[in-house]
Design a protein around this ligand. Structure first.
Ligand code: PGA
Length: 257
């Protein structure tokens, strides 16, 4: 059975002190053991990653992990201001978000760059949370399936043949028009895209792989809309931005799965 996953993407928010309080407040209210097949992932900014990893450290067996929000595609070197996959790993991370639309939009990340990042993440035994999703105009032009197919084919598929044992990427469908806007994809819109993504994987790698990949929805997910999204057959959880900064909302989303 594939994993259910709720990941909190804190983006560029929270000092180490704020991070400590947020993760402690959230952890206090997670009821472990209720849902054995669920992973909860905190993705704080780099400056809080070690601290948050330390706090959740002994909860890995309960399915609680940390992740980075980005990494560089090279292993090391003269790349001022950048962070490598091995640095994330040694700071306690097990996951890394790659290909987020904010990275594509503000930092000009192309599918080719994202593919190189996925490769280095896998090499360092980090599980990529690969993000894809169309912009508003692309949806209005009915090009959303075409866009997502291209992002997955160029960004993710080149690395599928080199998966280390026991590591499988997670995919997050995040329509750009839903991120931070308060406008969520309808359960039907999300389900049909998730089904499409799963069938792309089935076509290329067979039904077994397709059935085991966790596909998350992201974009203005909150405790009010998460239940009807997560009940869809191909939606395996969420990548949560704004609501992951508020313990009661994040917990509400976790409890709705
Ligand atoms: P949001 O962000 O939940 O604030 O819309 C989601 C994301 O960017 O991953």
């Amino acid at each position: 059975m594939r994993k259910k996953i709720i990941a909190g993407n804190w983006k560029m928010n929270n000092s180490p002190e704020d991070s400590k309080n947020l993760v402690r407040d959230t952890m206090r209210n997670i009821s472990f053991g209720k849902e054995k097949n669920l992973n909860v992932i905190f993705c704080p900014p780099f400056t809080s990653l070690s601290l948050v990893s330390e706090i959740i450290g002994h909860h890995k067996e309960n399915g609680v992990f940390t992740g980075g929000q980005n990494c560089h595609w090279e292993e090391r070197g003269a790349f001022t201001g950048e962070i490598s996959a091995s640095m994330l790993k040694s700071s306690g991370a097990d996951y890394v978000i790659l290909g987020h639309s904010e990275r594509r939009q503000y930092f000009n990340e192309t599918d080719e760059i994202i593919s190189k990042k996925i490769k280095v993440a896998l090499k360092n035994h980090l599980i990529p949370v690969f993000c894809c999703g169309e912009k508003l105009l692309e949806r209005k032009d009915h090009r959303h399936f075409e866009i997502v197919e291209k992002q997955i084919s160029l960004g993710l598929f080149p690395n599928f043949s080199e998966l280390p044992e026991g590591i499988f990427p997670v995919i997050a469908y995040e329509p750009v028009w839903a991120i931070g806007t308060g406008e969520t994809a309808t359960p039907n819109q999300a389900q049909e895209m998730h089904f499409f993504i799963r069938s792309l994987i089935a076509k290329k790698f067979g039904n077994g792989k397709a059935a085991s990949v966790s596909i998350l929805y992201g974009g203005s997910c909150n405790p009010k809309n998460s239940g009807e999204l997560f009940i869809q057959p191909d939606i395996d959880g969420g990548l949560i931005g704004g609501a992951s900064l508020k313990p009661e909302e994040f917990i509400g989303i976790i409890n709705s799965i």
